[in-house]
Design a protein around this ligand. Structure first.
Ligand code: NAP
Length: 345
């Protein structure tokens, strides 16, 4: 008899939460009962799962002891309060927010890259019961870096991101839509989620600033990459919001400690789980965000050596930030739990 699990989705009405529900259905994940949780504002709404309308419940009234796995994406502050409560009730939490990612007792997992980090987590009787999903920009970057680093050690990375508005939540998508419509119809535009006009513009500012001049989004890319792949990788990031609805793109410059040809890099990337190479060096021979919305892979194009430094390589990396950048990665972690660590659930 196949075993099924009670699963809670926290932030079920949001961009990431809705995508998680869809992926659980698409993958036919072994769900017994699915609990959909959001703020009190959404209590009583319904969301469809496998043809059935499920009621959204108020997170603050929910008892996590009846679930084995909870997938959280309600924002950092809410996760900070409720994820430890769920974990204490014996539920394994997979959290999408940045709140727990750098904590020592919380593994930060991209399944294709470092699923093995879950072994020591489950071997520890004092475990936190919280597993973190990395930042969307980090996930797609480390998937491209890992096969290269396994061949020629990466010393330094310089990355510039082109991040879609869906990365800032459903209200941010509405803001791009409304500003675009407003500009075409000569109406005033409103700014709420973004500090500057996002329609027909780009903004070099994601999350708040820290003292050294970086933004928190840039610091996340630096620190999370070290935790997931190798503390020795030096990384410099500039994170930019662009007027794209879904799909983050990244221009990544890499310096290795030994030579790696673009041809060899292409083969390594082609053979790595979760990565797809589209690179024809001609018109349309590369990937852009609109083409990969709804797709699960991380796409790599424009692979070429950088001859301005010793052992340099440039790549262009694109992925759906709501799927591999958030929901899909979280569900893949949940799949590993039910396949390999079910005795702990
Ligand atoms: N979008 C991405 O690409 C991405 C990628 C990685 C990580 N993340 C992280 O995932 C989190 C959510 O992102 P999102 O894009 O899904 O945001 P979103 O579309 O704005 O959705 C936020 C969700 O959180 C719920 N929520 C807000 N306040 C709550 C409260 N007091 N109690 C319970 N639930 C509450 C909302 O419920 P209501 O509808 O009731 O308000 C909604 O379901 C963020 O921390 C974000 O950084 C996002």
């Amino acid at each position: 008899m196949s075993v099924e699990y009670n699963i809670a989705i926290v932030g079920a009405t949001g961009n990431v939460g809705r995508e998680i529900i869809q992926i659980l259905e698409d993958k036919n994940f072994p769900v017994d009962q699915l609990f959909l949780l959001a703020s009190s504002r959404s209590k009583g709404q319904t969301i469809e799962f496998k043809g059935e309308k499920l009621l959204v419940e108020d997170l603050s009234e929910f008892d996590f002891s009846k679930t084995q796995i909870a997938l959280f994406s309600p924002g950092g502050k809410i996760s900070a309060e409720f994820a430890p409560k769920a974990a204490k009730a014996g539920c394994i939490v997979i959290d999408n927010t940045s709140h727990f990612r750098m904590k020592g007792d919380v593994p930060l997992i991209v399944p294709e890259v470092n699923a093995k980090d879950l072994e020591s987590f489950f071997n520890n009787d004092e475990r936190s019961n919280i597993i973190a999903n990395p930042n969307c920009s980090t996930i797609q970057m480390v998937l491209a870096l890992k096969p290269l680093h396994d061949k020629a050690i990466i010393n330094r990375v310089v990355v510039s991101t082109y991040q879609s508005v869906s990365g800032a939540g459903k209200d941010a998508m509405d803001e791009l839509f409304n500003q675009t419509k407003g500009i075409y119809s000569n109406n005033n535009i409103e700014k709420n989620k973004f500090t500057k006009q996002i329609a027909f513009n780009v903004i070099p500012h994601i999350d708040s600033f820290v003292e050294n001049g970086n933004t928190k989004e840039e610091e996340k890319m630096v620190n999370e990459t070290k935790k997931i792949i190798d503390e020795g990788i030096k990384l410099s990031a500039t994170c930019v919001r662009v007027p794209v609805f879904i799909g983050h793109a990244e221009s990544i410059n890499i310096e290795f400690d030994s030579p790696l040809s673009d041809k060899d890099a292409t083969e390594l990337l082609k053979n790595f789980d979760g990565v797809s190479v589209i690179d024809y060096r001609k018109d349309e021979g590369y990937i852009t965000p609109v083409e990969i919305a709804g797709e699960d892979k991380v796409y790599v194009s424009r692979i070429r050596n950088d001859y301005s430094v010793e052992n340099g390589l440039n790549i262009w990396v694109v992925a759906d930030n709501l799927r591999k950048g958030a929901a899909l990665n979280a569900v893949q972690i949940a799949e590993i739990l039910v396949q390999k660590y079910h005795s702990y659930l």
